[in-house]
Design a protein around this ligand. Structure first.
Ligand SMILES: NC(=O)c1ccc[n+]([C@@H]2O[C@H](COP(=O)([O-])OP(=O)(O)OC[C@H]3O[C@@H](n4cnc5c(N)ncnc54)[C@H](OP(=O)(O)O)[C@@H]3O)[C@@H](O)[C@H]2O)c1
Length: 283
């Protein structure tokens, strides 16, 4: 059982974005601690596959398909799980992503959808789980953020705004509710390989993973570490993550230079052009 008492037998975790990418690895790692894990995402078929795989490995899991950008979705999801399971002890706000398109070429509504998925949905879910967590005197919320804003990662304006927002949200949430038994942690991810959106981009561009990318499995382990050790922030980068982040903040011009030197800007531009050409051909 973790010091914050939210992992293990008799406890329930909700993991968003658990249908593909890094989410299934997070769910598996939490399930290993014991307790029940509820998986969510939009695709019922993918959730079913992940749930079957985890159950075959001995995990106690269920799933609920939900589109978290729909109004009221977070509240309904939480109320349903609380009714069925008696409460949610751990919420992992992992669902997220970026459409990888230039800011000005997307409609403003498309940019708002990125904010909705990456920032508003985690806030709505946290808002919905808090009352029961406080009543029971235990709970932990883990938010999955990104280095995008700190490192000026190209073409991620709305995504970077959302992920930086999530860092501020987590800090204040943690400060306000810790004494009432509810903790919060944020994981700030650099580029991740072996699963998820970063790996898909590598596959699409035919590039190999660089030494700057951390393993998806390390994110899953960090979620459990954040809960068990009650850590406020963990940076998931190969090497001295906290130092790299501090340097990026101290020298805001460094991120764009590194992105250009590492070829990220050109590669992403190429992927955008390829996708647009494909979409034009299909239209
Ligand atoms: N991979 C990286 O390099 C990297 C780097 C930094 C941060 N991150 C962050 O890590 C988290 C996981 O990323 P990932 O790479 O695993 O992404 P991914 O492979 O694209 O998976 C995204 C997950 O979010 C779910 N999702 C997307 N839209 C949704 C919606 N409207 N409602 C409910 N669920 C939705 C997806 O399921 P459905 O499609 O079934 O809905 C899927 O399970 C994200 O928050 C991401 O921003 C990733």
């Amino acid at each position: 059982m973790s010091p914050s008492n939210v992992l293990g037998k008799g406890r329930t975790a909700l993991v968003t974005g658990a249908s593909r990418g890094i989410g299934p690895l997070i769910a598996r790692q939490i399930a290993r601690e014991g307790g029940h894990v509820v998986l969510t995402g939009r695709s019922a078929a993918d959730l079913q596959t992940v749930a079957s795989d985890l159950a075959a490995a001995g995990a106690d899991v269920s799933f609920m398909p939900v589109d978290l950008t729909k109004p009221g979705a977070a509240e309904t999801l939480v109320a349903t799980i609380e009714r069925r399971r008696g409460g949610i002890d751990l919420l992992v706000n992992n669902a997220g992503g970026d459409p990888l398109r230039e800011f000005h070429t997307m409609t403003f509504e498309e940019n708002l959808r990125t904010l909705q998925l990456n920032l508003i949905a985690p806030l709505a879910l946290s808002h919905a789980v808090l009352p029961a967590m406080m009543r029971r005197g235990r709970g932990h919320i883990v938010n999955i953020s990104a280095m995008a804003g700190r490192a000026s990662f190209p073409y991620t304006e709305a995504y970077a705004a959302a992920k930086d927002g999530l860092i501020g949200f987590t800090r204040v949430l943690r400060a306000d509710y810790h004494a009432r038994g509810v903790s919060a942690s944020v994981l700030i991810l650099g580029a991740i390989r072996d699963a998820g959106q970063g790996q898909r981009m590598l596959d699409e561009s035919g590039m190999k993973a660089s030494g700057f990318m951390a393993l998806a499995e390390s994110v899953a382990r960090a979620v459990v570490k954040a809960v068990n050790k009650d850590r406020a922030e963990l940076i998931i980068l190969p090497g001295p993550g906290r130092l790299i982040r501090a340097i990026m903040d101290y020298f805001p011009g460094l991120g764009p230079q590194v992105n250009r030197a590492a070829g990220a800007t050109t590669t992403l531009q190429k992927i955008i052009e390829q996708r647009e050409a494909k979409a034009d051909a299909a239209a």
